[in-house]
Each structure stands twice: as C-alpha cells, then as structure tokens.
Design a protein around this ligand. Structure first.
Ligand SMILES: Cc1cc2nc3c(=O)[nH]c(=O)nc-3n(C[C@H](O)[C@H](O)[C@H](O)COP(=O)(O)OP(=O)(O)OC[C@H]3O[C@@H](n4cnc5c(N)ncnc54)[C@H](O)[C@@H]3O)c2cc1C
Length: 399
C-alpha cells in the first residue's frame, strides 16, 4: 500500500498534466510544427480560400510533404515517417485548429481516405508510382466511392470496370468527390462483376490525365467552402491492369477497412475544434453586456458550457482509448463507428449552441462561429450518415 502511494506520488511529480500521460517531448515537437503550419500557411489565408470556393492543394500539400506531415504513419520505404498512432493523433488534433472543416477534410482525404488501401493492399508499383508522390505532396488524391445512385448503400454503385486485355475500361460517374477538381489520381471503387454480393467490386488507382476522364461539375456547397467538391464522369477510360489495388473482387472489403481511417480522422474535431468554439464564445460572453451584466454571469449559459465540456472530455478520452486499442493491434471498428456518430452530433450541438450565445452576431459571416455552424452539418452525412453508423453498431452488436 505504502509502496503504491510512494510510486503514485513520484509519478505525479514527473508529469505536469494529464496529456503527458500520452505525449512526450517528440510528440510536442511534431505538435509545434503542425501548429505553426496551420497558423501561418492555412488560417492566415482561409477567408480568401473560403470566398474562392477552393484551396491551392498542390502548393499546400507540397509544403506539408516537405515537412513530412502527409505520411506520419506510412512506411518509410515509400516516403512516410513510420511513426505510431500517437503521432498520428497529434497531427489530427492540430489540424482540428483549422478555422473551418474544408481544409481538415481535404487534407484527411490525402492522408486517411484515399491512400490507406494503397498502403495496405497495393503492389510495390502502385506504392512507388502513387503513394510515394501523394506522401511527398507531389500528387493530390481523391476517394471516389459515392455515385448519384449510391451513397449510404455502397453496394448499389453502377460504375463499371471491365477487363479488356491488359487494361480495365471504366464507365460511369461519381459525385460529391472532395478534392475532385484538383486530384491527380482517384482511389476508385467500381463494379467488376454483375453477380450479387460484396465480391463484385474492385478498388483502382485512376489517374485523371487519361482520355475519358472529365470533371463534369464543380459543386456549390452549404459549408466547407474552402474545399472543392466535384461530380466526375468516366467514358471508356482505360487504365492498366497494374492499377488494380490488391485482388479483383476484394475492393468492397478494402474500402470498408479504408472507411475506418476516414471515420477515425473526424474524432479530434469533436474535442479540439469544439473547444476552440467554446473558448471564443466564452470570450464573447465575458465582454457582452446584456441586462446590465456580462452574459457569462447567466447561470443557464454557464451550465450549458459545463455540460459541453463534460461531453468533450468523454469523446477525447474515448478517442485515446481507440488509439490504445489500435496500438495494441485490436479491431476498433465498433468504437470508431460509435465515436464518429457521437463526434458528428456533438460538433453540431456545440456549433449551433455557441451561435445562439452570440445572438445576432453569430448569424453574421464576419463571426467565425457562423462558418463552424455551416460546416458542422457535414459530419452527420459524409463518411457514412449517422443512421448508417447506427446500422453498423447494431450489426456488430448482433441485432
Ligand atoms: C461535403 C461532402 C463531401 C463528400 N466527399 C466525398 C468523397 O470525397 N468521396 C466520396 O466517395 N463521397 C463523398 N461524399 C459522399 C458521402 O459519403 C455521402 O453523401 C454519404 O455517404 C451519404 O450518401 P448519400 O448522400 O447518397 O445519401 P443517401 O444514401 O441518399 O441517404 C440520405 C439520407 O438517408 C438516411 N439514411 C440512409 N440510410 C439509412 C438507413 N439505413 N436507415 C435510415 N436512414 C438512412 C440518412 O440520413 C442519409 O443522410 C461527400 C459528401 C459531402 C456532403
């Protein structure tokens, strides 16, 4: 007993705060690098890019690639950093300080949505030709799954890839594709068999400089305005058979695994971006005088803030639990799905609640909270709608 108490006291002396239970000095250095990048290279230009409806991804990703930020967990053999899940979390946490969701999502497409399957199942050729330049920031990528007739039900997709000699011929269309107007290659899910079932789909790397590819429309969105989103069209586009990722007929399974990275990448927004929203709102409430006193003196508002802080702490600790599970090699599909569902809802609740506390100022475009409010809707739809998350959880629970 006494020994345990002494050990606990010694531990308490060594660490300055709870985050030091998880992060060391080297994590701190990466954190500072990403923080500086976000402040100087992203937040400083975001108003301009939001107004323009897109960001200069080639320029931005090249700078990130030079700093080694696009391949934190990827294999060093292909230009990655070969670091662990905690470094990846540091990266995602700092990205969440970007003042709006457009850029964090555009970057996560490059790091967590379009490249994991190439790294996990792709050939050495695909890794050298596409993964390496993506990690270096020399190529911009998109993930192309959704179609006009297939979103939540991925298995309804109709884009075909038909084998013809040494090529696959791609016909069809994709929609809502993030980075779609700028992408150099797509990680694309297509139907390779007419048979029913999940083994009728394959995942491909599709370069966008080939005949038969067209950006048919740049889409106009409610939020995430600094990120470009496109509708894409494929008309007899021929790609070499080498561009098949892994085995034919396994693409659906690969994509379901790839979705885990995408959904996980959302989680830090729910405890970092929301804290940014709360901090700015508290500053406003301290200085805004209503009925003769600062709004922060209203107990009902303070309680609301306290409840959000409690939920934020829960989702943060849940995320850290997921990192521990991933680090131990455990399958965290159930937890990631629950986390994505909760993160999406909490983000929206806090964005809308903070806007309310700002009153009329919250409705003005000059107030940052209005951007977060517009952007917040995306998480309950993109990467799998809330209802789809519930379906997955239900299935995993056996009901
Ligand atoms: C800004 C943005 C960026 C995106 N980026 C990409 C991208 O880069 N690549 C890509 O491939 N896709 C992308 N998407 C597409 C996104 O993944 C889909 O929008 C999403 O999966 C939902 O599909 P859907 O829009 O076809 O909605 P639908 O499938 O038509 O569903 C409509 C609604 O029905 C409800 N619903 C669905 N299924 C069920 C159910 N089983 N039970 C009850 N209710 C249900 C949900 O509320 C859902 O929102 C993006 C979407 C947005 C908005």
């Amino acid at each position: 007993m006494e020994e345990n108490r002494i050990r606990e006291n010694q531990m308490a002396e060594q660490i300055a705060g709870p985050d030091e239970l998880y992060f060391n000095e080297e994590h701190g250095m990466l954190r500072q690098t990403v923080k500086d990048f976000v402040t100087k290279e992203i937040n400083a230009h975001l108003d301009e890019w939001e107004a323009k409806g897109e960001s200069p991804l080639h320029d931005l990703f090249k700078k990130m690639g030079d700093l080694g930020l696009l391949g934190i967990r990827y294999d060093e053999a292909y230009g990655g950093q070969g670091l662990d899940y905690w470094y990846e979390l540091v990266f995602l946490e700092e990205l969440a300080h970007i003042e709006g969701l457009g850029l964090p999502v555009a970057i996560a497409v490059q790091t967590h949505m379009a490249t994991p399957a190439i790294a996990e199942f792709g050939s050495d050729y695909l890794k050298q030709t596409y993964l390496r330049p993506a990690l270096a920031g020399d190529m911009v990528t998109s993930i192309a799954v959704t179609e006009p007739g297939a979103g939540s039900d991925v298995s309804a997709l109709a884009t075909t890839a038909k084998r013809d000699g040494d090529t696959y011929v791609i016909n069809g269309s994709k929609t809502f594709i993030t980075n779609g107007t700028q992408a150099d290659f797509l990680t694309l899910l297509a139907r390779t068999s007419e048979k029913p079932g999940y083994h009728s789909f394959s995942l491909f790397v599709v370069p966008t400089d080939l005949p038969g590819f067209e950006v048919s429309k740049k889409l106009d969105k409610l939020g995430m305005r600094s990120s470009d989103t496109a509708e894409l069209f494929f008309d007899d586009l021929r790609i070499p058979v080498e561009n098949l990722i892994g085995e034919e007929g396994e693409g659906f399974i690969y994509q379901m695994r790839q979705f885990q990275h995408e959904r996980y990448s959302v989680l830090p927004s729910a405890y970092i971006t929301t804290m940014d929203m709360i901090n700015m709102t508290v500053d406003y409430l301290r200085q805004r005088i209503v009925f003769g006193k600062p709004l922060i003196k209203q107990q009902v508002l303070r309680h609301r803030l306290a409840e959000w802080l409690t939920e934020i702490e829960c989702i943060k600790q849940f995320t850290y639990h997921i990192v521990r599970m991933k680090s131990a090699g455990l399958d965290a599909t159930r937890e990631i799905t629950m986390g994505k569902l909760k993160a999406a809802r909490l983000f929206q609740e806090i964005a809308q609640g903070c806007l309310q506390m700002y009153g009329g100022m919250g409705f003005m475009n000059e107030t940052l909270i209005s951007r977060y409010y517009r952007d917040s809707r995306v998480f309950s739809v993109g990467g799998g709608a809330d209802e789809v998350m519930c379906e997955v959880i239900g299935k995993l629970e056996g009901f």
